[in-house]
Ligand binder design. Sequence first.
Ligand code: SF4
Length: 418
Amino acid sequence: METKIENWREKELSIEEVFEKYPEIPKIVILKTDVHRRGYILSEKAQDLFNKGDYQSQADTIFGKKEGENKIPIGLVFRDGTSLVGGYYTNYGIRDPYVIDDIDGKFFLTDNGKVYEEVEFWREPDFYRKKTSKGTPMGEVVNVRPQRLNVAISRVCHFWDKPGEGCKYCNVGINGIDSVKKGIPDLFDYDEVAEAVAEAVKQKGRYAMIMVTTGSILTGKKVFDDEVDEIIKAFEKIKPIFKTNDLKVQLIASAYDKEQLKRLKEATGIIGYTSDIEVMNKELFEWICPGKAAHIGYDEWKKRIFDAVEVFGEGNVNSGIVGGVELAQPNGFKTEEEALEKYLAEAEDFAKHGVSIAYIVWGVCGIFHNQVVPSLDYYVALAKGLNEINIKYNLKPYFDDYRRCGNHPNTDIGRIYW
Ligand code: SF4
């Protein structure tokens, strides 16, 4: 059970104070970041309303059903159309979560009795409850955000194969291994995936793009060769559904070498490549992401992302980080000031090589479930700093902006300045 921070509201700037400190950052982005940081729960009335709606719930995820009477939301949609992924209060218990209340039949975010914004939940897409020709519910084969189709190649990240090598903030690996233990195959059936994608795109106007991702597959002649092969095999099934060679697809995958990147681009036609460095500091990367460090290493992972710019072009490559994990203890930075300074300097090095950084708000889980996420002040300063770096280096990663993703505080403010 996580530790609660006593009187946490007295120990950090309140959201009103953060609004005042950063007048140039839209309040809605600051609020959304704070909801991500602290999580949310539903009042009884709001839960009743949610249960009756046609919303996507956690029961539909690829990792199986959550038991219980109440449906558990999978994400929120804000007034500006951006989405918040997850966030339902689970183990954010170190600070109080926001409460979503039902006010006159609408959902509102509230905190400490104050009403903030109206929010919506993700609507279930039309194809979700249909079945593939093999009888699998399509919602178990392909999942979605409000504006994006998410295609996964594999359910498992093989950095978890060797005990102690999974990333310490991650529970994807544990969930994947559990699903395989239950007899669910490691790889998705690409025929079923293609059927689900074909059915999904019949809902005209819903999707802006497709994101393809996979857990790391370490086998092959070279590390990740099999991963690249699997992605290509999946694309052979999916691509004929579309009438273009340049698919608006963002691939989020392992760090490939140049030969693998070229092979992938040629065979698939994808336009955007993301490989997550996760932690922008060599020593901390080695502590927090031991599998990535052991198989590739920080410097090589970084070099491979830089090389990808040659293959995909500037503005088409970025790297994700888990914002805040750099302050995990005992080895992380000791102050938010130090973390911010070191992080922005390292992000600038990525930008100089044509790579922008997108951060997600760290939700504590996995081996790090007892850690404490940083202050809202830190998260806003990080978003502002990263956005300013993008402006300075003229980086416009449209494939991962607020419209197409909406899960990164720094790209959420990207639109204000361009
Ligand atoms: S690479 Fe790390 S963060 Fe990504 S799924 Fe594997 S263990 Fe989790």
